[in-house]
Design a binder for this molecule. Structure first.
Ligand SMILES: [Mn+2]
Length: 172
């Protein structure tokens, strides 16, 4: 199981709570930027985190690549890939890094879609939701041989019924 959160914008309790909930169950915990916390904060131990456009310290990396559950995962905030205007550049950046999953933030809204063979996942925001869903949320990815099972969760860790997706894994 892979846990993805983003755009906490100064809220640290929610990061701590998600970490405490999943640190023994998940093979990776990812934060896609705009935490507005210090990169030296011990909260980041066990979390892969990148820099968002609201993180003014440039000690967070702009992108990260990690392996979990036999998948290589590309992590970025998304503003550098112009995700406001589509996911083509995000998918290309993931492919350049041999990744089939791209996790990104910036939009504060849930997106789970396959673009050019890359699962592009925006977990929404744990602090400032925007768009059609006003729920603060994060995402869980579970992998089977054939599918990605994506479950968006509210901050009580309950599944959000209309945000549960099974997407086919594309083999290369
Ligand atoms: Mn943001």
């Amino acid at each position: 199981m892979i846990i993805v959160m983003s755009d906490s914008h100064g809220e640290s309790k929610v990061i701590q709570d998600i970490k405490a909930t999943y640190q023994d169950k998940a093979s990776a915990i990812i934060h896609c930027g705009d935490s507005e916390l210090e990169a030296t904060d011990p909260i980041w131990q066990g979390i892969t985190v990148v820099r968002g456009n609201c993180d003014f310290e440039d000690v967070f990396p702009e992108t990260a690549v990690l392996s979990a559950d036999q998948e290589k995962i590309f992590v970025t905030h998304g503003h550098l890939q112009n995700v406001n205007f589509g996911l083509t550049r995000l998918a290309a950046a993931a492919q350049e890094n041999q990744c089939r999953i791209a996790c990104f933030g910036h939009l504060h809204t849930p997106i789970a879609t396959v673009e050019d063979g890359v699962l592009c996942l925006n977990p929404g925001s744990v602090a400032q939701p925007r768009g059609s869903y006003s729920t603060k949320m994060y995402a869980r990815i579970e992998l089977s041989a054939t599918h990605y099972h994506i479950s968006y969760r509210d901050l009580a860790h309950q599944a959000i019924p209309q945000l549960q997706f099974d997407l086919p894994r594309v083999s290369r």
